[in-house]
Write a protein that binds this ligand. Structure first.
Ligand code: ATP
Length: 494
């Protein structure tokens, strides 16, 4: 289905999120939509999906103008979108989720479609058993179910919003294959991404946005990496990240001693890790193996059932005490909106959140705003509005806001859980620079990442998390993709 967006504009208050954008997506084409954080990619696609109403502009499907007033309209016209936040219901089986996904259909209509759902599952999510509960699936499998849900509604254009940012390496390859297959079967795909490998693996064409405008379009096939990077970051060149020297001292700055804690679905057991001052300890693992729980446990965000976290030999968190707001510790959690910022609160307050209890009864707002302005400038959070509710920031800019709060003060212990998720290349580099600058000043860093290449490049040691336990710890010299991959999937060394 050929889709044409013509002169689409959309404004949110003072922010011109889309500024007369015209873009075409051909039948059977995979278009990679690139651009820095806050460039307007999600907004443009949400206009196409009927989630937002454009202020002006037209949408043509197969040459005919259409009015898309809601996602329901979009779906009826064959447009589907897979968001970063999934909409499948964890307590239901895969099959029930898919059968219930008809907005207007009575249940018996859905039931009648079982054969079709099963066929689509077999074709596009072959490893996912229809009778399994969604709560038991990995992130990658849930995403496959989301995609089948969209296909089951006969989508001819599928919009994927940064789908690989949440996936483990092998799941990324599976998704790339699925995207190629969608295109081979005549469907069109818009793939929002910041990742070079996504473009190279499956895009036919790239379109680049900057500050609400479409600034470049090019054929993706045969394009070399250097040209792609230039397209993605604009004229400014990327400086290489300065690597930190290995730690000079073997004495631990932070010690996780025999940590045990659990949630409904997962337990962490016997976590023992020491991190020296200046050391960057990476944590690899297939997502869903306890990464976010480890981060929460190490920072005192959850109750420990056993064990201690020691900072320079003193108890920071234990069964009896938790000090999640200790100023010596910084935390970049996996989901900023869940446990790092209050969506409805203004940026200046979210930036002051760590000292909230110390704020006077009548805070001097001008002072808070001035501090927020300075931090937002330094960490390039856009738009630079200290009074904007943080929930209104784009995904990448929200992440930058959390990083500004957590890394702008000197810390001795930092837990960074997927800190560059959703960030463009410039912002990714800036985060690594900040993190490693803190390490160089003596902080111990626990860095959880899904990006094996980055872990191999920058971590001094890499621990592998498997089913809530540490399956092994490799030094930078010992670690390679094969060894890590084996530990990640088998829980033991080859
Ligand atoms: N609902 C909203 N209310 C106010 N401003 C918004 C809203 N949604 C988006 N914006 C603003 O519009 C601009 C474009 O945001 P958008 O989410 O489209 O960017 P993006 O290119 O998808 O960024 P990222 O790569 O960080 O996800 C940003 O400045 C953002 O703050």
């Amino acid at each position: 289905m050929k889709v044409e967006l013509i002169d689409i504009s959309k404004r949110f208050g003072p922010v011109q999120a889309n500024d007369a954008v015209s873009l075409e997506i051909g039948e059977g084409e995979v278009l990679a939509l690139l651009g820095e954080n806050g460039a307007g990619k999600s907004t443009l696609m949400k206009v196409l999906y009927g989630y937002y109403r454009a202020d002006s502009g037209q949408v043509l499907l197969g040459g005919r103008e259409v009015d898309i007033a809601s996602p329901r309209d979009a779906m009826a016209l064959g447009i589907g979108m897979v968001f970063q936040q999934f909409s499948v219901i964890p307590a239901l089986t895969v099959l029930d989720n898919l059968l219930l996904a008809y907005p207007d259909a009575p249940l018996w209509h859905g039931r009648g479609n079982t054969a079709k759902v099963l066929r689509l599952l077999a074709e596009f999510a072959p490893g996912v058993a229809p009778q399994r509960l969604v709560s038991e699936l990995s992130v990658g499998q849930r995403q496959q179910v989301e995609l089948v849900k969209v296909l089951n509604l006969d989508a001819r254009l599928i919009i994927l919003d940064e789908p690989t940012s949440v996936l483990a390496p092998e799941e990324v390859q599976r998704l790339h294959a699925v995207v190629r297959k969608l295109a081979d079967t005549g469907r069109s795909v818009v793939f929002i991404t910041h990742k070079l490998e996504d473009v190279r693996a499956c895009a036919h064409r790239v379109a680049v946005m900057r500050a609400g405008k479409l600034v470049a379009q090019a054929d993706a096939r045969g394009m070399d990496a250097a040209k792609l990077v230039t397209l993605m970051v604009g004229d400014a060149s990327l400086k290489p990240v300065a690597q930190t020297a290995p730690p000079a001292s073997a004495v631990a700055r932070i010690s996780l001693r025999n940590l045990r804690c659990s949630t409904e679905s997962l337990s962490l057991e016997g976590i023992d890790l020491d991190i020296a001052p200046g050391e960057v300890l990476g944590v690899a693992g297939v997502s869903g193996n306890g990464q976010d729980l480890l981060a929460d446990a190490a920072t005192g965000m959850v109750n420990l059932q056993e064990g201690d976290v020691l900072l320079d030999g003193e108890v920071l968190h234990s069964r009896d005490t938790r000090q999640p707001h200790d100023a010596r510790q910084g935390y970049i959690p996996e989901y900023p909106l869940k446990n790092a910022v209050a969506a409805e609160m203004r940026n200046s307050l979210n930036l002051a959140l760590r000292g909230l209890l110390r704020l006077p009864l009548f805070p001097r707002w001008a002072k808070l705003d001035a501090r927020a302005d300075a931090l937002m400038e330094r960490y390039d959070v856009r738009p630079r509005q200290s009074g904007l509710a943080s929930g209104r920031l784009s995904g990448g800019n929200l992440q930058k806001l959390v990083i500004a709060r957590e890394l702008s003060e000197p810390r001795q212990f930092i837990v960074a859980c997927y800190p560059t998720m959703g960030l463009d290349l410039h912002a990714t580099q800036a985060v690594y620079d900040e993190l490693f600058r803190q390490a160089a000043a003596g902080a111990a860093i626990l860095w959880i990442s899904e990006d094996l290449d980055d872990l191999l490049r920058y971590a001094h040691r890499i621990a592998v998390l498997y089913h809530g336990r540490i399956a092994g710890v490799l030094t930078a010299g010992e670690a390679d993709r094969v060894r890590l991959g084996h530990l990640m999937t088998h829980g033991e060394a080859a």
